[in-house]
Design a protein around this ligand. Structure first.
Ligand SMILES: Nc1ncnc2c1ncn2[C@@H]1O[C@H](COP(=O)(O)OP(=O)(O)OP(=O)(O)O)[C@@H](O)[C@H]1O
Ligand SMILES: [Mg+2]
Length: 209
């Protein structure tokens, strides 16, 4: 149905999603492909406000409130950005998407995974990624890379075991959805990872043309 290609980047904090998503976008743009790099949460006007609530650890919210704020952000994001660009034939690279919600709010926060998957199916099933790049590394490596001097966001406040649950959740999703997931060792050098992702994406582009 989509004319474009939808690629999502997933992984724990500090695994390299933004680094790799942006490098891939640049490489493809240089070759003349129409590319949109975008992210969740917060890449729309409404989303910016939702992101502020979601990531500000000083604002108290319940896990279910958190889940539905992510869903609200995603609905706006899809309508405003993802769908129109896919319909126009763009390669859309999205830094986090529905898998993040399943692992953070489900596997790690403990909300019913069944409920989250029902919501995803009901609301987002027409936007199944063509490829999900999972950058896998241990929580201590990922969090160790992301040392912030200023205040930490809601997820950076969580302990190592929370982030290990996130990692395990991702690996479980990758086992269940083998056809869509591309799992990479996020401890390899940045350029080595970029090259692997690029080759994978090119093979998808070639299959389409
Ligand atoms: N393969 C790598 N080896 C070593 N350092 C890396 C690698 N990939 C990324 N980094 C560095 O790790 C830090 C975190 O990377 P990045 O911001 O891309 O992660 P992220 O997954 O987007 O994190 P977040 O979930 O917090 O947004 C950056 O300083 C980046 O330069
Ligand atoms: Mg990032």
């Amino acid at each position: 149905m989509n004319k474009g290609i939808f690629i999502t980047f997933e992984g724990i904090e500090g695994s390299g999603k933004t680094t790799q998503g942006k490098l891939l976008a640049e490489k493809l743009k240089k070759e003349g492909f129409p590319v949109l790099y975008t992210y969740e949460p917060g890449d729309t006007e409404a989303g910016k406000h939702i992101r502020e609530i979601l990531l500000n650890s000083e604002i108290k919210i319940t896990p279910l409130c958190e889940l539905l704020l992510y869903v609200a952000d995603r609905i706006q994001h899809i309508e405003e950005k993802i769908k129109p660009h896919l319909e126009a034939g763009f390669i859309v690279i999205c830094d986090r998407f529905t898998d993040s919600t399943v692992v953070y709010q489900g596997y790690a926060r403990g909300i019913s995974i069944d409920l989250i998957e029902k919501l995803n199916k009901e609301l987002f099933s027409e936007l199944m990624p063509d490829l999900t790049v999972l950058l896998d590394c241990s929580a201590s490596i990922g969090l160790g890379r992301n040392k912030k001097v200023n205040k930490k966001d809601r997820f950076e406040m969580e302990n190592l075991s929370f982030h290990e649950k996130v990692r395990e959740g991702y690996l479980e999703l990758a086992r269940i959805n083998k056809e869509r997931f591309f799992v990479l060792d996020a401890t390899e050098p940045i350029n080595v990872i970029t090259e692997k992702i690029y080759k994978k994406v090119k093979s998808i582009i070639e299959c389409r043309s």
